[in-house]
Design a protein around this ligand. Structure first.
Ligand SMILES: Nc1nc2c(ncn2[C@@H]2O[C@H](COP(=O)(O)OP(=O)(O)OP(=O)(O)O)[C@@H](O)[C@H]2O)c(=O)[nH]1
Ligand SMILES: [Mg+2]
Length: 326
C-alpha cells in the first residue's frame, strides 16, 4: 500500500481512509511497517495539532459515559472529536470493551465524532506505541480534540500520560478509607481529578471525596508544567452533565497556559524522545530473543535457578555473556 497517497486522503478528511490508515498502523505484519511509517510522516507534514486529552480511571468509574457527555457537548459547539481506546492490559483476553460504542450511542452516530475501539491481540508495549501514531493520524485528519480512554490499572495510566497533553483522572465517590487506596503515581501525573457520579444519593459523598482529594493534592509538589491552581479537583456527573462544561473549561485553560508557556511543545518533545527510546529498547530485546537457542537457554537456566542449582545473578550474567561475547 502507498502510505503517502493514503495520507493525502486522511488529511482531506476521508473517514474511510482514516479507518484504513489506523488499521495499517496497527498491523503487526512486518511488511506493513514501512508504508505505515510513510503514512504517519506524510500525515504529520500537514502540521495540524489537536488537543490530546487522556482519560483514566478504574473500570466502571464512568470514562465512556463521561466521554459521551463531553464529546456531545464539544460536537454541539462544532468541534470535531476523535475517541480512542488504549488497553495495554489485555492482549490475552482479546476483545476489549474499552471504547465500546454502546456506551457512547450519541457520539457513535455523530458525524463530527470518530470512535476507534481498542485494538486487540497486540503486545502491551506495541499497543501504546501504535496508539501514539493513531493519535497523530486523528490530528492530521482534522480532529480538534482527541480523547484517549484507558483503564487505570497496570501500565495503562503511565502510558496514557505519555500520549496526552492533559491527563484527566476519573474517580468514584468513596469514603475516606478507600481514598488511601489511590495510587500515588497517578495522583502525581493527573492534571485534573474529576469525581464522577456526583448525582442523586452519591452527591454528598462525591463532594466529601472532592474535598479529601483536594487536601491530598495540596500535599503534592507542584510541577513546572502546572498552571496556578493545578492539579485541580472537581465533581462531575456524566449522567446528568453537571460540572462537565466547567471541567472542560479547566482543561482548556490549562492547555492554553501550557501552550503559551511552551510546555505543550516541551511535553510532546519529551514524549517523542521517550517513545523512541522505548522503541529501541523493545526492538533490541525482541531481536536478542530471536537469536537461535537463546529462549531455550533462558528456559533451561530459569529451571536451574528455580531449583536452587544456580543463582539468579550468575544465570543472567551467563546469558548476557553468551550474547555479547564478553
Ligand atoms: N449515577 C451515575 N452513574 C454513572 C455515571 N457515569 C457512568 N455511570 C454508570 O457507571 C457504569 C459504568 O460506566 P462506563 O462509562 O461504562 O464506565 P467506564 O469507566 O468506561 O468502564 P470501563 O470501560 O469498563 O472501564 C454504567 O452503568 C454507567 O451508567 C454518572 O455520572 N452517574
Ligand atoms: Mg469504557
Amino acid at each position: 500500500m502507498d502510505g503517502g497517497a493514503l495520507a493525502g486522503r486522511v488529511v482531506a478528511g476521508d473517514r474511510r481512509a482514516l479507518a484504513q490508515a489506523i488499521t495499517l498502523v496497527e498491523s503487526t505484519r512486518p511488511a506493513d511497517r514501512g508504508p505505515a511509517l510513510d503514512l504517519v510522516e506524510a500525515a504529520a507534514a500537514a502540521g495540524r495539532k489537536g488537543l490530546r486529552v487522556g482519560l483514566t480511571g478504574t473500570p466502571g468509574v464512568g470514562k465512556s459515559s463521561f466521554i459521551e457527555t463531553l464529546g456531545l457537548m464539544l460536537t454541539g459547539r462544532g468541534s470535531r472529536v476523535a475517541v480512542l481506546a488504549v488497553d495495554p492490559s489485555s492482549p490475552v483476553s482479546g476483545g476489549s470493551i474499552l471504547g465500546d460504542k454502546t456506551r457512547m450511542p450519541g457520539l457513535a452516530r455523530d458525524p463530527l465524532a470518530f470512535i476507534r475501539p481498542s485494538p486487540s491481540g497486540m503486545v502491551p508495549g506495541g499497543v501504546a506505541r501504535r496508539s501514539r501514531e493513531v493519535v497523530a493520524l486523528c490530528e492530521a485528519a482534522g480532529f480538534d480534540v482527541v480523547l484517549i480512554e484507558t483503564v487505570g490499572v497496570g501500565q495503562g495510566e503511565g502510558l496514557v500520560a505519555e500520549l496526552s497533553d492533559i491527563l484527566v483522572l476519573l474517580m468514584a465517590p468513596a469514603g475516606g478509607d478507600e481514598l488511601q487506596g489511590v495510587k500515588r503515581g497517578i495522583m502525581e501525573r493527573a492534571d485534573l481529578i474529576l469525581v464522577n457520579k456526583a448525582d442523586g444519593v452519591l452527591q454528598p459523598v462525591a463532594e466529601r471525596t472532592r474535598a479529601d482529594y483536594a487536601a491530598a493534592l495540596g500535599l503534592l509538589r507542584r510541577r513546572a508544567e502546572d498552571a496556578a491552581g493545578f492539579p485541580a479537583v472537581a465533581c462531575v456527573s456524566a449522567a446528568t452533565g453537571a460540572g462537565v462544561g466547567e471541567a472542560w473549561a479547566q482543561v482548556e485553560a490549562l492547555a492554553m497556559w501550557r501552550r503559551d508557556n511552551g510546555f505543550l511543545d516541551s511535553r510532546r518533545a519529551r514524549q517523542a524522545r521517550l517513545w523512541f527510546e522505548t522503541g529501541v529498547r523493545e526492538g533490541l530485546v525482541a531481536a536478542a530473543l530471536a537469536r537461535p537457542g537463546l529462549r531455550a537457554a533462558i528456559e533451561r537456566l530459569g529451571a536451574e535457578v528455580a531449583a536452587g542449582q544456580t543463582s539468579p545473578d550468575r544465570a543472567s550474567l551467563q546469558i548476557l555473556q553468551a550474547m555479547t561475547g564478553v
